[in-house]
Design a protein around this ligand. Structure first.
Ligand code: FAD
Length: 381
């Protein structure tokens, strides 16, 4: 057995330096606690840097996930200037062509979650949102609530900022075992009052026993970064009517049943691939687009060209980008289950936290706040 080099002491040790681990480290520091974060990689390479950086509110189902998303969005706006993270744009345009989909948009705008959301007729889109393709559209649902960060730079910037606040990071060491507040790698043992395990998609190692009851599976997504051949500026994220049958905040409305059935019958290829459009812009003018969803415990690593083509077609249908060049393609994976987030308490001094809704960028800060609130009140999570 290898000699263990060093023992560290802290109030809290966090395993995983994705957005969820960083959010817990941030929350613990806010409460005046000393924190060590351990990640098996030399930098975050998981879902947290592969996503859109789209901090969503509208479209999430009500209840805890909505409340956590609003809290997280506010925390991103608070943390971003301090950590040197630019907000790329705010709000979302969701463009609608089909009358059945428009019924869903109207019902959403009238619902409790529709506060500050607008139904904008097609004839106003050319001036209000030149990036949206108004041709043949009935209109668009505009939500002011979302923000977008560039995840692959925002996550390292967040980690670096936490370091300046006193959080100690151990990179490139896998946590091999835990016992309450104590965790160990093959080089370090961290003895803490409490541990928070945020392993993301690595569901067979530490914390796996506590996760077993939740029947977590995985969802594989295809993503692209494209560069429009003519310059275009997005003032907000762009989605389209496909999301009205996919995001629970819309899809759970009674009006969405007919829309979902219509899509199943008429857009079976898109539905089978789990495609809906999210398009967000980066500072260099490129656009990150996706996504598709393929479910299973052992997703293959291959991106399907046909799926990428369907995603690009949705972009071209929904926006005025025109021709694009593909700059990069990647797949990402996130855990999924019947509930939006698993917070397990295998012992009084340990929590295992996994986002199972594919919305960790949108809800991570809010989840971390809830975890420490209930823990500090002596509740089991
Ligand atoms: C393609 C894609 C697009 C998405 N888009 C969005 C979006 O726009 N908005 C949104 O809100 N959500 C989005 N999501 C979901 C979001 O990215 C995830 O919910 C979130 O990143 C999960 O964060 P995490 O910290 O739990 O996981 P991860 O980012 O995967 O981090 C887990 C970390 O734990 C480390 N780790 C695991 N086990 C150990 C161990 N034993 N020892 C040490 N380290 C360990 C890993 O190395 C990893 O760095 C998207 C996901 C994907 C895949």
């Amino acid at each position: 057995m290898r000699f263990m080099d060093e023992v560290l002491y802290a109030d809290v040790v966090v395993v995983g330096a994705g957005i969820l681990g960083l959010a817990h480290a941030h929350e613990a520091r806010k409460r005046g606690l000393s924190v060590v974060v351990v990640d098996k990689d030399e930098r975050c390479l998981g879902a947290s840097i592969r996503n859109f950086g789209f901090v969503t509110v509208s479209g999430l189902r009500g209840g805890d996930i909505w409340r956590r998303a609003v809290a997280s969005r506010d925390e991103w706006l608070n943390v971003a200037p301090q950590a040197g993270i630019p907000i790329q744009h705010r709000g979302t345009w969701l463009v609608v062509w089909h009358p059945l989909a428009w019924e869903v948009a109207k019902a959403f705008a009238l619902s409790d979650m529709g506060e500050d959301v607008e139904l904008v007729p097609a004839e106003q889109l050319a001036t209000r949102a030149p990036e949206v393709n108004a041709e043949g559209a009935i209109g668009a649902l505009y939500s002011p609530h979302e923000v977008r960060v560039e995840s692959f730079t925002a996550i390292p910037a967040l980690a670096h900022w936490l370091e300046t606040l006193g959080v100690r990071f151990i990179w490139g060491e896998e946590v091999l075992g835990t016992d309450g507040g104590t965790v160990w790698t093959n080089r370090h043992r961290v003895e803490a009052e409490r541990s928070v395990l945020c392993p993301g998609t690595l569901l067979t190692g530490i914390g796996s026993e506590a996760l077993e009851p939740y029947d977590i599976t995985l969802s594989k997504l295809q993503m692209l970064r494209v560069l429009p051949r003519k310059p275009i500026m997005f003032n907000a994220a762009v989605m389209n009517e496909l999301s009205l049958a996919r995001y629970q905040g819309y899809a759970d409305l009674p009006e969405a049943t007919a829309w979902g059935e219509y899509l199943d019958e008429n857009e079976s290829e898109l539905r089978a691939a789990g495609i809906h459009l999210i398009a967000v812009q980066s500072a260099d003018g490129s656009i990150v687009i996706g996504d598709s969803h393929e479910y299973g415990k052992d997703p293959d690593p291959f991106a399907k060209e046909a799926v990428d083509r369907m995603i690009i077609a949705q972009l071209q249908r929904s926006t005025t980008v025109g021709d694009v060049d593909v700059l990069s393609r990647w797949v990402g994976v996130y855990p999924t289950a019947d509930i939006d987030c698993v917070i397990a308490a295998p012992s009084p001094d340990q929590r295992v936290v996994v986002v199972t809704s594919g919305k960790g960028a949108s809800t991570g800060f809010g989840i971390a706040r809830d975890v420490f609130d209930t823990w500090d009140q002596g509740s089991d999570g």
